[in-house]
Design a protein around this ligand. Structure first.
Ligand code: PEP
Length: 255
């Protein structure tokens, strides 16, 4: 089967409503008003700008999503946003388990698993972010760390759900640092993840899962990364804040 590449922007805690609208409009202009063929494009603004970005992107084929959520439909959870609230805004995807959530906000695999399951329950596609820290890679533990994040993060999911899941492999040492995993190293980890999925859920399911790479993806490295057989897209932080750079990443040239 052919997997449609997913290029996603994670704007993190950047952009006022006016700035978000300007960037979304700038992106659309550079893409000729529509998402290009052969790839899915997704923007994840801060919560406060989702509505405004949705107005810009409606009917363009470009999708919008969220960077996080709390895994309950409603209740006394001051400051949190629920999956139905995101679905109500037309969000299609939600990032779950981003390394900044894991390491700055102390989110563990159990909460992340609850978020993955809640996303499916309310019709959102979770983008489950996994990845090792530098010390793990230096100790040769990168596969063990990612395997544990996958095993715990996907607990209780059916093969049918896993098939629709997106996984973002984001080595922590490459996020926002300007350091990128080499295309070969990234491919090796993506192939490991797909083998792991195949062993658990069957080869057919594993072949359908979109596995994005994230970690300082830029216009000058996206083509080489996307040329790898198991890299099915990119989750882009810093370079997605700039319409010129993100448009070029969206328009990656695959061999
Ligand atoms: C990210 O936030 O998921 C990310 C990969 O950031 P950056 O592209 O800035 O490394």
């Amino acid at each position: 089967m052919t997997r449609t590449p997913l290029i996603a922007a994670n704007w993190k805690m950047h952009k006022t409503v006016a700035e978000a609208v300007q960037t979304a409009r700038g992106l659309l202009e550079r893409l000729g008003g529509r998402a290009p063929d052969g790839r899915t494009v997704l923007i994840c603004p801060p919560f406060t700008a989702i509505m405004a970005v949705r107005e810009v992107l409606a009917d363009t084929g470009i999708l919008w999503g969220a960077q996080n959520m709390y895994p309950r439909p409603k209740g006394a959870f001051t400051g949190e946003i629920s999956p139905p609230m995101l679905a109500d805004l037309g969000c299609t995807h939600v990032i779950v388990g981003h390394s900044e959530r894991r390491h700055i906000f102390g989110e563990g695999n159990q909460l992340i698993n609850e978020k993955v399951r809640a996303a499916f329950e309310f019709g959102l596609v979770p983008i489950l972010a996994v990845g090792e820290k530098l010390e793990h890679r230096q100790a040769g533990l990168e596969e063990a760390v990612v395997e544990e994040q996958l095993a715990k993060g996907l607990m209780g999911l059916s093969a049918e759900q896993v098939r629709r899941l997106v996984i973002a492999y984001e080595p922590v040492w490459a996020i926002g640092t300007g350091e990128t995993a080499s295309p070969d190293d990234a491919q090796a980890m993506h192939a490991f993840i797909r083998r792991w999925l195949s062993a658990r859920y069957g080869e057919e399911t594993a072949q359908e899962v979109i596995i994005q790479y994230g970690g300082s993806v830029k216009p000058n490295n996206v083509d080489d990364l996307m040329a790898q057989p198991d890299i099915d897209g990119a989750l882009v932080g810093g370079a997605s804040l700039d319409a010129d750079q993100f448009a070029r990443i969206v328009q990656f040239q695959a061999p």
